[in-house]
Structures are given as structure tokens and as C-alpha cells.
Design a protein around this ligand. Structure first.
Ligand SMILES: Nc1ncnc2c1ncn2[C@@H]1O[C@H](COP(=O)(O)OP(=O)(O)OP(=O)(O)O)[C@@H](O)[C@H]1O
Length: 326
């Protein structure tokens, strides 16, 4: 727009100089241009906004077009909470193989860990268990019931999940914890917050439990958000607990507080932990080592060390890394 104004001025002055345009007409032209330039610029800008909105809308359309996974009949509800993968193979596309012939059992009330290189398929395994997608082959059972027979709402109730990146809604701390059980009283929320080691920092805030956490919990630190998500998980009291790199990016003080909170969360639950820090899972009942979508080793910490295979190598690497100094 500014360039157009400059051009009109240059050409206009030239024409005035030549005598083919009057000064008054040039002044009127420039005035009109200035008067409408802002509106025109806004219009151009707005068309860009519409383009962006179109991209977002297309994504929403794509999302809404996804068909919900069918619930097989008869509907069933598990009474036990052990988990079994039977010959499960899965790829995100027809060509890719993300998980290949997975056979494993996670016993009820046991602590299980999944380790392996980045991209080996650990998170995908968990996603299948929570039925974000169905495997192309094989089946997954909870308490002997194929998860395809469990209605979504009931299936969701079976899991408490703590991720490394915690999502909090732009609402009060109280409501963020209460999401797990909308009928919970303030006393119940306070009780689980104490168990998750977050009561102290919450009550230190001016508004206490009614503090608004801001968009995506931006008013709180990573460790504080994590503990709130653990409080939420404790309140949910689901029989299967999934921890996906829950303590990975925290300082040692926060790690201790979170470890204590996690210890309270996992009591009497079937627990599945995904981690890169092997020292945190040395007491696990079962450790799976996954490589390129396959279970390559399986056992307890001591049995895997004795095997002198991939797990032993990973363990030795991490022990050496402990002594690194910069
Ligand atoms: N939504 C997706 N669509 C397509 N491919 C995906 C998707 N999510 C993961 N993948 C691919 O599947 C493979 C396994 O990914 P997954 O996240 O399960 O690995 P991971 O072992 O959990 O890795 P990390 O330790 O880095 O979290 C990777 O090659 C990844 O690129």
C-alpha cells in the first residue's frame, strides 16, 4: 500500500509537471488513497487469517472424519486387571511395522517396565492397550477380556496415565484435580493432593486450591504440574497405572517428591512404566527390552544383567555416564 502511494505521488507529480493533471486532483487522489489504504491493508491481512483458519478447519474436518473404533458384542467388563498381549502386530500405515508379534503378560498388581531406544515402539504399545488404535493382528486382553469388547467409557476408567508433558486446563487447581472424579469433595481433593506431595505448594499460593493455573498450566513449574497430574491419577484410583517417562526431565528435589507420590499412586495396581532411566526400575517384577518393535529381552533386572545382552549393555552405559564430568 505504501509503495502504491509512493508510485501515485511520483507519477502524479510528473503529470502535474507536464500539465496533464491539476494539483487539486492529485491532492484529492492522494487523500482518497490514504483514506482507504488502511482498510485495504486490513482486507489483505484478513485474507491471510482466513487461509490459516482454512488449514485449521481442514485438520478439524480430518479429525471428525475418523470413525470411532467399533465395540464388539457382547459387551464385557473385566473383573481382574492383568494385561496380556497375544501375537500383536501393528503399523501406523499399511507399509510400516511398528510392533511385530508382541507376546507378553503383565500380572495383576505387578510392576512392569518397558525400555528400549527412542522410536522402538514403547509408547505405541501403550497406545494399543488404551485402544487409541486396533492392532492389525493379534489381540489384547485385560482380565481375560478382549479390549474390543469393553465399551470406551469403561475402558478409560481402567487406566490412570501420567505423562512427561502434563496438560492442565485453564481452570482452578481444584477443578484440574477433580477432572478425574467430578463428584469428589474438596476434602477428597485435598487428601489426594497431600498424597501427591502438592498440598504444600498449593496452600502457599494466595488463592490456594482456587488458583487459576493459566493456559496449559503455564503459571506452574514442570514438577508442580507433574504432581497435580499424579494427584489426579490417585483420585481416579484406576486399577492399571501407566507412567510414560514421568520423572524424566526433573531436578533431583522434584524427582524425590514425585517418586514418593508415584509410590503412593501405584500401590495395589498393575503398573506399566516406560523409562530411559534404568536405575528407577531395578526392582520391577518384569522388564521388557524393545528394539524395532520386537521384544528382544524379558526378565528381572538381575536376570537380564546375568544374560549380558542388550539390557546389560544399556545398564553399563548408564553407569558409566554417571561418572561423566564436564
Ligand atoms: N502417530 C503416528 N503416526 C505415524 N507413525 C508414528 C506415530 N507415532 C509414532 N510413530 C512411529 O512409530 C515408531 C515407534 O514410535 P513410539 O513413539 O512408539 O516409540 P518410543 O519407543 O515410545 O519412542 P520414545 O522413546 O522416543 O518415546 C516410530 O518410528 C515413530 O516415528
Amino acid at each position: 500500500m505504501e509503495l502504491a502511494l509512493l508510485l501515485v505521488l511520483i507519477i502524479g507529480v510528473y503529470w502535474v509537471y507536464q500539465g496533464s493533471l491539476s494539483v487539486a486532483l492529485l491532492a484529492a487522489l492522494v487523500l482518497i488513497l490514504i483514506r482507504f489504504s488502511e482498510q485495504l491493508a486490513n482486507l489483505i491481512l484478513f485474507s491471510k487469517v482466513i487461509e490459516l483458519m482454512q488449514v485449521a478447519l481442514n485438520r478439524i474436518h480430518d479429525f471428525l472424519a475418523i470413525q470411532p473404533l467399533a465395540i464388539a458384542t457382547p459387551n464385557q467388563q473385566p473383573q481382574q486387571f492383568d494385561v496380556r498381549f497375544e501375537q500383536v502386530s501393528f503399523g501406523y500405515t499399511k507399509q510400516s511395522v511398528t510392533l511385530n508379534n508382541i507376546n507378553v503378560q503383565f500380572k495383576q498388581h505387578s510392576l512392569n517396565a518397558i525400555v528400549g531406544e527412542s522410536g522402538s515402539g514403547k509408547t505405541s504399545l501403550i497406545r494399543l492397550l488404551m485402544r487409541y488404535a486396533d492392532p492389525q493382528q493379534g489381540r489384547i486382553l485385560i482380565g481375560g477380556v478382549d479390549i474390543r469388547h469393553i465399551p470406551n467409557e469403561q475402558l478409560n476408567r481402567l487406566f490412570s496415565v501420567v505423562f512427561q508433558d502434563v496438560y492442565l486446563f485453564d481452570d482452578s487447581i481444584l477443578n484440574n484435580i477433580r477432572l478425574a472424579k467430578p463428584t469428589a469433595t474438596e476434602q477428597e481433593v485435598e487428601q489426594v493432593a497431600k498424597m501427591a506431595n502438592c498440598h504444600q505448594f498449593i496452600t502457599a499460593l494466595a488463592q490456594g486450591y482456587h488458583t487459576q493455573v493459566g493456559e496449559i498450566g503455564s503459571q506452574l513449574s514442570g514438577g508442580e504440574r507433574q504432581r497435580i497430574s499424579i494427584a489426579r491419577a490417585i483420585l481416579k484410583d484406576a486399577p492399571i497405572v501407566i507412567l510414560d517417562e514421568a520423572t524424566a526431565s526433573l531436578d533431583s528435589e522434584n524427582q524425590l517428591a514425585i517418586q514418593q507420590a508415584i509410590n503412593r499412586l501405584v500401590q495395589h495396581k498393575t503398573v506399566i512404566v516406560i523409562t530411559h532411566r534404568l536405575s528407577s526400575i531395578s526392582t520391577a517384577d518384569q522388564i521388557l527390552v524393545i528394539n524395532q518393535g520386537q521384544i528382544i529381552e524379558q526378565g528381572t533386572h538381575s536376570s537380564l544383567l546375568a544374560r549380558q545382552g542388550a539390557y546389560c549393555q544399556m545398564w553399563q552405559n548408564q553407569q558409566q555416564a554417571k561418572h561423566w564430568r564436564i
